[in-house]
Design a protein around this ligand. Structure first.
Ligand SMILES: *Cc1c(COP(=O)(O)O)cnc(C)c1O
Length: 368
């Protein structure tokens, strides 16, 4: 009998590696506010993500909210409801109006063919999400943005380390925002980053990250977005093992696909062409809500944790329902069919085989 198999498990370096990394912090007593670990992680990530500039933040949400503020947007922002609460909340909390665009079933990303019809004279930006690390239709989105002189901020929280046609995902749009939360492929416990190349934007963002202060004067009404030295140290350690972890996730993903390939009831999202994946999540698609919910309940009864994704699309949240424009039937339908299965670097292949056996049994017993 197996113990509980969790949906995800935070990647950690060895205890000794972390202790070694933080020794200098105990010597200097510098535990937060732009210390040496912070600047080391910023420059290391800049190289790793192959972008002009990387700025660290307390968490991914804070990074997104502050990137939106620094971009100086107004009016309406076209975005996707098939995302984590953070994307929509960051738009609304900046006093902007989200306009919801539908998604494509292949990637679960914003459907670039449906963006232009939503643009009005009040539109100032597009905020797409690279869902499950699938890369958005960046060429089309960039053409639309250029044509209408609007900004693009990618919520790249799922896409750390992803490359498209050999180019890092961090370089797309006017800014790309990452989350380094414990549940993400690369973590600093809590943390996030904004990648960009515009110097003036960077100056504003830097100021906004630090309460909007400039020489004791407040020039923006802003909060606190600073990452601590302890988080930055964890990031420096975790980054050393990132590639090895992605390779482990890749093997496990292939094991899942191999084991479940002959089950007609289950489909995987299509593998993207020209893309280096980070294997961040393992979404499977069922044919309807009843079957998805049946698997969800019964896998948990067998101590296999899984997640309905995204349980409720953000446009249907109690706080947003009927408040904003956008008809998104595909997003709604997909959100009723997707289930995330356990995936993390330390998951063992035997556990994947066990999970797949349980899924097979449940499907056969129910005969759906
Ligand atoms: C995790 C996540 C965020 C928020 O990141 P935090 O670091 O948890 O604040 C934003 N958007 C998406 C799509 C996410 O998955």
């Amino acid at each position: 009998m197996e113990d509980t198999i969790f949906l995800t498990k935070a990647s950690l370096p060895s205890y000794d590696e972390y202790v070694e990394e933080i020794k200098t912090i105990w010597d200097s007593n510098w535990i937060t506010t732009f210390g040496p670990k912070h600047s080391c992680l910023e420059s290391t990530l800049m190289k790793f993500l192959q972008c002009e500039k990387t700025m660290l933040f307390t968490n991914g949400h804070c990074a997104l909210e502050m990137a939106i503020q620094a971009m100086g947007l107004s009016g309406e922002v076209i975005t996707t409801p098939y995302t984590f609460a953070s994307t929509t909340n960051a738009i609304v909390r900046n006093g902007l109006i989200p306009v919801f665009c539908d998604i494509t079933p292949d990637t679960c990303n914003i459907d670039s063919q449906k963006i232009e019809e939503l643009i009005t004279e009040n539109t100032s930006a597009i905020i797409p999400v690279h869902v499950y690390g699938n890369v958005c239709e960046i060429e089309t989105i960039s053409e639309i943005a250029k044509k209408h002189s609007i900004k693009v901020i990618y919520d790249a929280a799922h896409a750390f380390g992803v490359k498209y046609k050999g180019v890092s995902v961090a370089t797309f749009g006017d800014a790309s925002v990452f989350s380094f939360h414990a549940s993400k492929v690369f973590n600093t416990a809590e943390g996030g980053a904004v990648c960009f190349d515009d110097i003036a934007f960077g100056e504003r963002l830097k100021c906004i990250r630090n309460f909007g202060l400039e020489d004791a004067d407040g020039i923006y009404p802003a909060g606190n977005g600073k990452m601590s030295e302890l988080s930055a140290s964890l990031g420096l350690c975790n980054l050393r093992h990132f590639e090895e972890n992605v390779n482990k996730r890749k093997k496990l993903t292939e094991a899942y696909v191999g084991c479940l390939a002959d089950i007609k009831e289950i489909t995987f999202l299509k593998k993207q062409k020209d893309t280096v994946s980070n294997y961040a999540y393992l979404p499977i698609k069922l044919s309807n809500r009843e079957n998805r919910d049946f698997l969800y309940i019964n896998l948990q009864k067998k101590k296999i944790m899984c997640q309905k994704h995204f349980g409720i699309i953000t446009s249907s949240f109690s706080c947003y329902k009927d408040r904003f424009k956008g008809n998104t039937p595909i997003a709604k339908e997909i959100s009723e069919k997707i289930l995330l299965l356990p995936l993390y670097a330390d998951l063992r292949e035997e556990q994947v085989i066990y999970i797949c056996d349980v899924i097979r049994q449940l499907i056969e017993e129910r005969n759906f």
